[in-house]
Design a protein. Structure first.
Length: 134
């Protein structure tokens, strides 16, 4: 489950209903009922937060978000999208890493989820991170 206050419009999450789950984009909020409107690519559905789950941040997720991946000679791995960068100390090491955009750098010291990366990206670039190509 994800905290309602952690979500922003445009974030990607997993929504579940009747045993099915799918990735969707947050389109709107009903603050009174603590409901979140998710678009599954076809239509919008409203969910309570107990039916929303984070998407794990890993290599597959970043590639789906159209990051370009470079494995460096020293074993570090860099993911790039426009001027935004993610630097892992080694392949698959998403428990601590560095992100930067222009002159701002952040050190992530615990595993985070895709929606949290999207929120860092928005804070740093003032543009929401989507899965569209650059």
């Amino acid at each position: 489950m994800i905290k309602f206050s952690d979500l922003k419009q445009g974030d990607y999450v997993l929504a579940t209903n009747d045993g099915q789950s799918w990735r969707g984009e947050i389109k709107d909020f009903n603050n009174d009922e603590k409901e979140v409107c998710i678009n599954n690519g076809v239509q919008d559905f409203w969910f309570q937060t107990e039916n929303l789950f984070p998407i794990i941040l890993n290599d597959e997720t970043l590639l789906k978000m159209n990051f370009k991946k470079v494995v460096n000679a020293d074993g570090t791995v860099k993911y790039m999208k426009d001027a935004f960068r993610i630097l892992l100390p080694k392949e698959g090491e998403f428990s601590h890493f560095e992100i930067w955009y222009r002159d701002e750098t952040r050190h992530i010291v615990e595993p985070i989820y895709l929606h949290q990366l999207q929120n860092h990206y928005l804070d740093m670039t003032k543009v929401h991170l989507t899965d569209s190509a650059e």
